[in-house]
Design a protein around this ligand. Structure first.
Ligand SMILES: Cc1cc2nc3c(=O)[nH]c(=O)nc-3n(C[C@H](O)[C@H](O)[C@H](O)COP(=O)(O)OP(=O)(O)OC[C@H]3O[C@@H](n4cnc5c(N)ncnc54)[C@H](O)[C@@H]3O)c2cc1C
Length: 417
């Protein structure tokens, strides 16, 4: 089949790869000048299968009340009374905080995340064997696990409960005491006395999602995938039988295909609205800071999640990426200095002996969030149009599994078969 993939973030590129592997003729259409220029650009760098719980859970409501009115709050809803999609999204989010819904969502995400990790491992082996070089090196990949830290006793008590639930799903997630946290990551030694505990998930991974997407796109291009950059998709085109048969670009060019895959991240929802389709995807703005580490820096090499501040720290070669927080404020991409400062302040608090050179590179991106955190993968209501979008906080974690599932569905198979 001839397939168009709209969007070249980590999801679009992974989709292109798996569709090409399944024997399709694939073209990727991207408005930017390269792959991973938007949300997949500078994210937290975690492949966090064992922490795939959705934001929407009974515990988050109490946390949100405590954060109300704080400009540096980890989760910030800006009041936008005329923003109907946000209001609808907010109500649906509340519904997904009910315990039964949260359990069902967790189960769905964990299943996909486990499949994704399996696909990622196969992909790494396949590409390393083909190149004769470790594919990890292409994206600063580390298989050292993820350590969640708690400096607040209440959160740790909740985490011990959540870890038990994750173990029921077959994931290795073990609560550890403060000293074990330091043994796992010695850069935490200066704040040993402040740690209440942690939980460690040795099978989780980290790396640079942007470099991963670039490296995979290069392999996809070598395998025959065609990329059109600087190509803004203006509209879908339909056959007489009302089947999607291609797209028209802003410059008037028309591209034809047997199937079209929508992987436009947060822009997937506004793109489909004119066709009467209301995807429950809303942009959740997040921030990151990338620091060039000094040679003598005592900085973490195990990826860390600071649960109390909803921040993650990932080592990318000689850089440290600090990322997190979520702000619901439409498609605004301005950098808020208070939120940038909050990232740095917490990094310096947790790692007082971390030194870096030059200015931190601040960035923000729009997570394509669904109220349940479960992504939308499969046939849309429009014949010929397929979805791979809405991956929210876990786009890189879920990318390979989602793309493999999509390729299976388009090929008429059941995913994971
Ligand atoms: C601060 C932060 C930290 C995060 N940390 C992690 C993490 O540690 N682990 C993890 O797994 N995930 C993380 N995420 C989430 C992850 O980054 C996203 O889920 C993922 O990048 C989404 O990928 P995507 O391909 O769907 O979207 P994008 O990367 O945004 O790609 C969509 C593409 O579509 C293109 N596009 C849109 N409209 C058009 C159009 N009309 N025509 C042509 N092209 C178009 C855009 O230019 C863009 O390139 C984080 C996100 C943020 C913001």
């Amino acid at each position: 089949m001839k397939i168009l993939v709209l969007g070249a973030g980590v999801i679009g590129v992974a989709s292109a790869w798996y569709l090409r592997q399944a024997g399709h003729e694939v073209t990727v259409v991207e408005r930017r000048g390269d792959v991973a220029e938007e949300t997949s650009r500078a994210n937290g760098g975690q492949i966090s299968v064992s922490h795939a719980e959705p934001w929407a859970n009974p515990h988050v409501l109490t946390q949100m009340l405590a954060w109300l009115g704080r400009e540096d709050a980890p989760l910030l809803f800006r009041l936008r009374p005329r923003d109907l999609p946000l209001l609808q999204w907010g109500f649906a989010f509340l519904g997904n905080c009910l315990p039964a819904r949260a359990h069902a969502n967790t189960r769905a995400i964990v299943r996909l995340a486990l499949e994704s990790r399996k696909q990622m491992q196969i992909l790494r082996q396949q590409l390393s064997a083909a190149d004769g070089a470790d594919f990890n090196l292409a994206y600063d990949g580390l298989q050292k696990g993820i350590l969640h830290l708690y400096t607040d006793r209440q959160s740790f008590v909740h985490a011990v409960r959540a870890a038990r639930l994750m173990r029921d799903y077959g994931l290795a997630r073990d609560p550890v005491d403060a000293q074990t946290c330091v043994d796992i990551e010695p850069a935490l030694a200066p704040i040993r006395a402040r740690l209440v505990g942690g939980d460690y998930t040795p099978a989780d991974e980290s790396g640079d999602a942007c470099r991963f997407t670039q490296a995979l796109a290069a392999r996809a291009a070598a395998a025959g995938v065609e990329f059109h950059f600087g190509a803004f998709v203006a509209q879908l085109d339909f056959s007489r039988g009302k089947r999607v048969e291609g797209v028209t670009l802003q410059d008037g060019r028309r591209l034809r295909a047997d199937a079209v895959v929508l992987a436009m991240g947060s822009y997937s929802a506004p793109f489909l609205r004119p066709y009467g389709i209301h995807l429950p995807v809303y942009p959740a703005k997040g921030y990151s800071a990338t620091l060039n580490l000094a040679p003598d820096a005592l900085a973490p090499s195990v990826s860390i999640t600071d649960d109390d501040h909803k921040l993650v720290f990932s080592r990318l070669g000689n850089r440290l990426r600090v990322a997190g927080t979520a702000e619901f404020n439409g498609y605004d991409l301005a950098l808020n200095p208070a939120r940038c400062r909050a990232l740095l302040a917490r990094a310096e608090e947790l790692f007082p002996r971390m030194r870096f050179s030059g200015d931190p590179q601040f960035w923000c991106g729009l997570r394509p969030a669904t109220p349940s955190n479960v992504p939308l993968i499969g046939q849309s209501k429009l014949p010929g149009l397929w979805l791979n979008t809405g991956h929210g906080t876990l786009g890189w974690t879920l990318a390979c599994g989602s793309a493999a599932a999509l390729a299976a569905l388009i090929g008429g198979e059941s995913p994971g078969a």
